[in-house]
Design a protein around this ligand. Structure first.
Ligand code: ZN
Length: 311
């Protein structure tokens, strides 16, 4: 089974660049047996995210869910207790680089997608080492800062055979809106990991794309898009109120359910910021669970979907 769209390469690249795949009919890939899976992930980009982590872990545990925490090595190493506790309670700690180029606090001068392959590999390696020192296991997943993939990333990630998946493509840029094995070689001009391989190998990196927010095909479903404060429409931050956030959540789950898959990320500093927001977020997780979704880690999604993506 190939996930390839039958289109000339340049046309499919243009469709991906403009994030137009969702407006085209896409082939339905039969999901693995079992309930629909919702990959629940959080990006911990600032100390405020680490500070919110103990309460977040309690909330996710109370919802009966598992989550993936994309951790920055440098931040986690400086304040490891909440990461170690989340790991001990069965949540996944995954690699979000060592210093998150271009994090405005940690590494303001570089952008990850402008780094060389060696520099990318160094950011990944230092992140792996720092997180393994906290949890005792090397992460199996990676997410690019700002979801900006670049061609050298494929080669850099290949240096880490323990990394089994990446979660940085936006599903509206992918011909397949479900997990897939990306093409081994970059297309002419294409800088991303958006295209499925025609002949996926069972041990290749799996891309687990992020589900867009309904009606907003340029952004993943996220707290940054909907409720970040201060809001900044020019940066796509904080466009919705809490009611709309919750309404869009239900709509997204309804729309993605037939595929058996969705993947979302939140920032802990957003969803744990005050009692009203925490109450809404708790209702959202409960709604997903009560609607039959299996809320789980990306590592678990990788395990479930790999036989479908690379049979
Ligand atoms: Zn980040």
């Amino acid at each position: 089974m190939s996930l390839h769209a039958v289109l000339p390469a340049r046309l499919s690249e243009e469709i991906a660049r403009r994030k137009l795949w969702p407006v085209l009919p896409r082939r339905r890939i039969a999901p693995p047996a079992g309930p629909p899976v919702l990959a629940l992930s959080f990006d911990l980009d600032y100390q405020a995210d680490t500070d919110a982590l103990p309460a977040l872990t309690d909330l996710v545990d109370a919802a009966g869910a598992k989550m993936t925490l994309f951790a920055i090595g440098k931040l986690a190493q400086a304040d490891p207790a909440a990461y170690a506790d989340a790991h001990a309670r069965g949540h996944e700690i995954a690699n979000h680089t060592w210093s998150h180029p271009d994090n405005p606090v940690l590494n303001p001068d570089r952008e990850f997608w402008h780094l060389s392959e060696d520099e990318m590999a160094d950011e990944i390696a230092r992140g792996q080492d720092a997180l393994a020192a906290i949890t005792g296991t090397r992460p199996v997943g990676f997410r690019t800062p700002h979801f900006k993939d670049a061609a050298p990333l494929r080669a850099a990630l290949r240096r880490f055979p323990e990394i089994r998946y990446a979660s940085s493509s936006l599903a509206s840029r992918c011909p397949a809106p479900v997990p897939f094995v990306p093409e081994a070689a970059p297309r002419h001009g294409d800088q991303s990991l958006n295209f499925p391989s025609a002949s996926p190998a069972p041990n290749d990196l799996l891309m687990i794309p992020l589900t867009p927010c309904p009606g907003v095909r340029w952004s993943p479903f996220s707290s940054y898009l909907s409720i970040r404060r201060p809001a900044n429409p020019a940066k796509g931050a904080g466009l919705h109120d809490l009611d709309k956030f919750e309404t869009l959540w239900r709509r997204m789950l309804d729309e993605e359910r037939p595929r058996g898959f969705a993947s979302v990320y939140f920032d802990p500093l957003d969803v744990m910021r005050d009692a009203d927001t925490v109450a809404v977020f708790r209702r959202m997780l409960d709604h997903a669970r009560d609607a039959g979704w299996h809320l789980t880690t990306l590592a678990e999604v990788e395990r479930l979907w790999r036989p479908v993506a690379a049979p």
